[in-house]
Design a protein around this ligand. Structure first.
Ligand code: C2E
Ligand code: CA
Ligand code: CA
Ligand code: CA
Length: 274
């Protein structure tokens, strides 16, 4: 029942997902994963819709489990989130991603930026702002080179607190991306007040883009919304050249997807993109 998926990592059947004993086992193992150096980051390139060159990367977490193989975040992040372990893991991700960006800047790509995903618990944590500030300082990075990705659902929860936190981060110079945009229930009023610099269109709207006029209409409304609020619009999950061309035509600013570049290790990223 264990198979190697398209991402190259192991996924499980729904029956296994639901198994409580498996979850407990993963939780136990995950507690030791940082100390045992089993977590790693892959980096997916982000491109202008018109084509190259790479403008930066999104850090995506993986777990090299000693027996189960390479696990994708969907198999363990929910467990980490429920147990609170995500806070330690999230600090690790931010630190490693910033260390990597520093290395790339030093290797001759000082314009590249890094995007890091924040979980709901991390985003709500009072320690977040100081952790971000301290991590940027430790790696001598300009805050403008860091984008924090929060999902639309996370950003719209406890809106006033959320706005305050986002304002503090953007005052520091950090960029904010609203991830999985279109899957939540944003109020346009709050979106207008949200100090974000990017909207990331969920890949659900990209998948059948050329064949589904409703998806195309949704994408072009998000592009129009982004324009009027002065946000960059990013489409994710671009798997074909036809999708790339269409998204470019619709006015998307930036693209990510297997067609342009899969998540890869840091060394491969530097060789491919640099
Ligand atoms: P996300 O932030 O929406 O990330 C995009 C996901 O889509 C990634 O899956 C990426 O590998 C995948 N993807 C990229 N291009 C394509 C494509 O062309 N086609 C398809 N089918 N998929 C594509 P991944 O790496 O499995 O990550 C899943 C989710 O796990 C992420 O969704 C994000 O919500 C979460 N995640 C990943 N890394 C972290 C992390 O460090 N911290 C937290 N809190 N969450 C993370
Ligand atoms: Ca993301
Ligand atoms: Ca996303
Ligand atoms: Ca997603």
């Amino acid at each position: 029942t264990k198979q190697s998926g398209r991402n190259g990592y192991t996924f499980f059947t729904p029956a296994m997902q639901a198994s409580t004993s498996r979850r407990l086992r993963l939780l136990q193992d995950l507690r030791r994963a940082i100390a045992r150096d089993e977590l790693l980051l892959h980096y997916q390139p982000k491109f202008p819709a018109s084509g190259k060159p790479v403008i930066g990367a999104e850090a995506l977490l993986r777990w090299q489990h000693p027996e189960l193989g390479l696990l994708g975040p969907d198999t363990f992040i929910p467990i980490a989130e429920r147990s609170g372990l995500i806070l330690a893991i999230g600090d690790w991700v931010l630190d490693r991603a910033c260390a990597q960006l520093r290395a790339w800047h030093d290797a001759g790509h000082p314009g590249w930026s890094m995007a890091v995903n924040l979980s709901p618990l991390q985003f709500a944590s009072p320690a977040l702002v100081e952790t971000v500030r301290e991590t940027l300082r430790r790696h001598a990075l300009d805050p403008a080179h860091l984008t924090l990705e929060v999902t639309e659902t996370t950003a719209m929860k406890d809106v006033e607190d959320s706005l305050q936190r986002l304002n503090t981060l953007t005052a520091m110079g950090v960029k904010i991306a609203i991830d999985d945009f279109g899957t939540g229930y944003s109020s346009l009023l709050y979106l207008k007040r949200m100090p974000a610099s990017e909207l990331k269109i969920d890949r659900a709207f990209v998948r059948d883009l050329e064949h589904n006029p409703e998806d195309a209409a949704i994408v072009s409304s998000i592009v129009a919304l982004g324009r009027s609020l002065q946000l960059q619009v990013v489409a994710e999950g671009v798997e074909t050249e036809a999708q790339r061309a269409f998204l470019d035509q619709l006015g998307c600013d930036l693209l990510q997807g297997y067609h342009l570049g899969r998540p890869m290790d840091a060394e491969t990223f530097l060789h491919r993109a640099g």
